[in-house]
Design a protein around this ligand. Structure first.
Ligand SMILES: [Zn+2]
Length: 78
């Protein structure tokens, strides 16, 4: 499970969150309700991260196509 790093524009708090790949990125600070920026972490992490992102992206695209296919099929059945 990858670690995502966020910074709050409101209170300036910076924190890391373990999130599932399938989870939506956080957008709002729990403390002040400010806007969160997703940070790209240091070098070593980026290399690892790229794999995740590429894999994740490819998988999401595949899932999307699968879903569309299924939806289309169910529509045709009805
Ligand atoms: Zn905040």
């Amino acid at each position: 499970m990858p670690i995502y790093e966020y910074k709050c524009k409101g209170c300036g708090k910076q924190f890391e969150v373990w999130q599932k790949i399938t989870e939506e990125p956080l957008k709002v600070c729990k403390d002040c309700g400010g806007e969160l920026i997703k940070l790209i972490s240091e070098s070593g992490f980026i290399l690892k991260g790229t794999g995740w992102y590429v894999t994740d992206y490819a998988r999401k695209e595949m899932e999307k196509k699968e879903k569309q296919k299924k939806e289309k099929e169910s529509v045709e059945k009805n």
